[in-house]
Design a protein around this ligand. Sequence first.
Ligand SMILES: [Zn+2]
Ligand SMILES: [Zn+2]
Length: 370
Amino acid sequence: MVESISDERNEAQSLVQSKTGVKGERAIWPGEAWLDYSFPMLNLARPPLQITTPAALSAALVVLLAAATAGRIQAERKPEGLSKPGIRVTLLGTGNPRPVMSRFGPSILVEAGNQKFLFDCGRGATQRLYQLQVPFNEADALFLTHLHSDHTVGIPDLWLTGWVMGRHVPLRVWGPQRTAAMMKHLEEAYAFDVHMRRDVDEQLQAEGAAIQARDIGQGVAYEQDGVKVTAFTVDHGAVKPALGYRLDFAGHSVTLSGDTRPSENLIHFAQGTDVLIHEVLDLEAYRGADKTFTAEQVEKVIAHHTTGEEAGVVFFRVKPRLAVYSHIVPSEAPNVIAEARKHYAGPLEVGEDLMSIDIGENIEIHRPGK
Ligand SMILES: [Zn+2]
Ligand SMILES: [Zn+2]
């Protein structure tokens, strides 16, 4: 066993070196702490919806009726919410800059107790929230991993449509350096619309149009009512700073990679986490799929993301109860499970839009329409 782990380490080390072509550039990665790893047996099957009270039953009927007219996605959310303290993660968008219908832009909703948090706000995040019937007044806390456009183009929609659709509290935004400046510029860009709706025409509540933005670095970014959100720096190549996040609540946690190539700091901050959601790039599929970039540009993109095989090493070292891919490049990435399996035998899922994960004593995965 010791021998095979050692072989894997050497393999992974040479893989990293061959990928970057720069020996020693990632010398600290994959690092020394390779541990023997056995993963716990999980009940990943989705249990039937538990309805025990008349109130819950009528709530379920309302949802089922809504689903009959508005599609079946709504029925995937348990009407009673989380049955006990825990974390629910919903992947609103699992895609990348490509504007395909199958994967909306990067955005993840995390619900902890009665608090809701958005991580990134890519294209379509607002539609997904509406599809899930999440009240916009409750979707008022947004954490950004970095300022690449695919992670931020949905912000004006969330901010302004959310306001028009009932948010009457300010939108709070945390993100790396220059986040506050970006939000200030957005306020200037939409000043006419805000003025018309707030002061002249509909006269909507002023509070809902306000933005409270704050630049943050590594450290605890938020702590309230038992929820702690910790930001940590990741390695997105030239795109600095870039952050990942870990949310802890009621003895459980989820860690989100943001965009990064294999990051020793992420492995450190993710230790002991229940669910690790990590970006991935399918090397073979991406090299074949990208027709707009030059070969040199393609290699640059590859160098600041994480391949399936590299993700396998990260998962092996973090040992989450469940690993999930999101921010999948390209949108069709058929090799990312097999690649990770070279190094990691634990629970691993390819994310899809509107897939949700309940984290408690058990980890339950709900896929839309299933
Ligand atoms: Zn990025
Ligand atoms: Zn991205």
